[in-house]
Design a protein around this ligand. Structure first.
Ligand SMILES: C[S@@+](CC[C@H](N)C(=O)[O-])C[C@H]1O[C@@H](n2cnc3c(N)ncnc32)[C@H](O)[C@@H]1O
Length: 300
């Protein structure tokens, strides 16, 4: 199989996710199929894999021919509804879910998708090309206040006003990735630009809300003892995942019963955080910011 994208933390995901080789697994972010391919190699002939990706091209280009896999060209934010409509007995029967968040190398390296500062193309950044909202729509139509919000929240800029003001004043002249880069020539350092692009990408694809929806639904999809593995690439996502694993809710509020027992649906004993090794980062630079968190749904 030819990969456009080297799967991150593959052996760590497989080792911690697959505890039942006859089980049902879900890869919510199929991409180039690296994790899916690994799962199929590990499960038995009775095992099943459901693969989701909102990007039409991810599935068309990388489809794996194997009777155990079923593809859904869908956003994982609707996962429960989609699985329920497909087969009623999947919910509460899944042994493992993996989400490898963010964009794939295929998406970043395809110039016309407009994700990368390396190519001068129209600012697009949509993972799902059937959607209307692109990065360019945001640049042209968002108010100063709305831009401030996304740069603060998703780019974690302390003083986003200066960035938003510049964009609002120049929005007529911004069409491509390079137009945006040139506008911030003075701040032209990689870190600044990647946070700027990251904030726009998260807003275009509504990534944080989709992740929240996936996390909440995972409790209803996993069977007792089932595992949930999430690979995040920035602190915003990772914080959300960490708090959710601790508490079982998006707010991260740990609730206790009258006897002082933690009511989280997840088992603390099997909750862990794993970073890529130096060797992996040397081979695959994309892995450098990855954090894998794994948890297990309590058995009772
Ligand atoms: C980092 S890549 C996954 C790479 C994959 N694990 C592999 O080994 O090839 C993320 C993929 O998830 C998809 N994606 C991101 N958010 C999604 C969402 N909310 N619903 C469905 N797919 C999503 C993207 O389109 C992209 O193809």
């Amino acid at each position: 199989m030819k990969y456009f994208h080297i799967p991150v933390l593959l052996s760590e995901v497989l080792e911690n996710l697959i505890k039942d080789i006859n089980g049902i697994y879900i890869d919510t972010t199929f991409g180039s199929g690296g994790h899916s391919f690994g799962i199929l190699n590990k499960i038995s002939n009775q095992g099943k894999l459901f693969a989701f990706d909102q990007d039409q091209f991810a599935i068309i280009k990388n489809k794996i021919c194997d009777k155990r896999i079923r593809f859904f060209n869908e956003n994982f934010r609707n996962i429960q509804k989609i699985l329920k409509a497909y087969k009623n007995n999947i919910l509460k029967n899944v042994s493992g879910i993996i989400a490898d968040l963010g964009v794939s190398s295929y998406q970043i390296d395809t110039p016309q998708r407009g994700f990368s500062i390396r190519f001068n193309k129209i600012l697009d950044m949509r993972m799902d090309l059937s959607k209307q909202k692109s990065a360019l729509n945001i640049i042209k139509n968002y108010s100063f206040e709305k831009l401030n919000k996304i740069f603060k929240k998703y780019g974690e800029f302390k003083n986003p006003q200066r960035i938003s003001r510049k964009i609002v004043l120049n929005s007529k002249f911004i069409n491509t990735t390079l137009d945006l880069v040139n506008l911030f020539k003075r701040n032209n350092n990689r870190k600044f630009l990647s946070r700027l692009f990251q904030a726009l990408r998260i807003e275009v694809n509504d990534e944080i809300n989709a992740l929240k929806k996936l996390l909440k639904q995972s409790i209803n999809i996993l069977k007792p003892g089932g595992r949930l593995a999430i690979i995040s690439y920035h602190s915003l996502e990772d914080r959300l995942v960490k708090n959710f694993f601790k508490s079982g809710n998006i707010q991260g509020i740990i609730k206790y019963d009258k006897k002082g027992k933690n009511l989280s649906p997840f088992n603390k004993k099997y909750t862990k955080r794993i970073f890529p090794t130096k060797e992996e980062i040397t081979k695959n630079n994309r892995a450098r910011s990855a954090i894998l968190r794994i948890t297990q749904k309590k058995v009772c």
